[in-house]
Design a protein around this ligand. Structure first.
Ligand code: HEC
Length: 98
């Protein structure tokens, strides 16, 4: 019984660890957007703010920019560097911001 308990706690720690790594990776990837979209996506200028937009919208936009389906001055080039998985992490991160 005690062994099972210890094992369960161990598993939860492991899951927590993996989630923390994913979150900091999302933050790291999303930092490159701040130069244009502002800190935490809260743009102070003409470039659209992206904080709090739906994950679906951000993800779809990045895919369209990347695949050249949507006109862009700079986003096409910027988005070309991300994998599907990274786009999902970035989209989830910005949609979680207030
Ligand atoms: C060099 C400046 C620059 C960087 C860096 C940049 N963007 Fe953009 N972004 C733009 C501009 C400018 C537009 C308007 C479309 C265009 O002309 O490319 C835009 C448009 C967007 C849009 C569409 C917004 C809307 O309301 O239609 C999304 C979503 C977006 N960017 C997400 C991101 C994400 C996520 C990152 C980081 C991975 C990022 N951008 C990095 C400049 C930038």
């Amino acid at each position: 019984m005690k062994r099972i308990l210890i094992f369960t706690v161990f598993c939860f720690c492991l899951v927590g660890e993996v989630m923390a790594v994913e979150i900091s990776r999302a933050v790291m990837l999303s930092n490159s957007c701040a130069a244009c979209h502002g800190t935490d996506g809260k743009s102070p200028g003409a470039i659209p703010a992206i904080n709090g937009k739906s994950s679906q919208f951000i993800s779809q936009s990045l895919h369209e920019f990347r695949d050249g389906k949507r006109f862009a001055t700079v986003m096409g080039r910027h988005a070309s560097g991300y994998t599907d998985k990274e786009i999902q992490l970035i989209a989830d991160y910005f949609s979680s911001l207030p």
